[in-house]
Design a protein around this ligand. Structure first.
Ligand SMILES: [Zn+2]
Ligand SMILES: [Zn+2]
Length: 145
């Protein structure tokens, strides 16, 4: 399977359920914020469109930076998604999806923060913090979605 596919998933306790058109390409973010947030290793996430959420009342958000928003389940603490504040596109945590058969890690970012115990994924593109910050700055300047 290739291209965006409709996927369903949810948090550990089931209070939050999601459905979205998900990109099969998984992004691994090795930044220190993601390491802390996920409790170990990178944030593995997929870019989604048309994110539908059931259980919105149970979602808490945390702004670890001035541009990003991290969402979690207020009941069970599950990592849910990351997005640019005020933007519709979100990166949903891979582990939420009921069926993960179509996904593969294709991109690693903030690779200069990858812990020594974790080898790179074969076939995944690599970019450093400096490269990602440069992309973010041009993104914010252009205000593209
Ligand atoms: Zn939950
Ligand atoms: Zn990160």
């Amino acid at each position: 399977m290739s291209g965006a596919g409709q996927r369903a998933g949810g948090c550990l306790c089931g209070a939050v359920r999601i459905a979205a058109a998900a990109d099969p390409a998984v992004q691994a973010c090795h930044c220190v914020q993601c390491q802390r947030w996920t409790g170990g290793g990178p944030l593995l996430s997929v870019r989604v469109h048309d994110l539908q959420i059931t259980g919105q009342d149970c979602i808490g958000t945390y702004h670890a930076s001035t541009w990003g928003e991290r969402a979690f389940c207020k009941i069970c603490g599950s990592t849910l998604y990351w997005r640019m504040q005020g933007k519709p596109v979100a990166y949903v945590a891979l582990g939420l999806f009921d069926d993960q058969s179509a996904f593969a890690v294709r991109e690693e970012i903030f690779t200069d923060h990858r812990p020594g115990w974790l080898p790179p994924w074969a076939g995944a593109s690599q970019s450093t913090e400096a490269e990602e910050i440069a992309k973010l700055k041009s993104h914010l300047a252009g205000d593209a979605s």
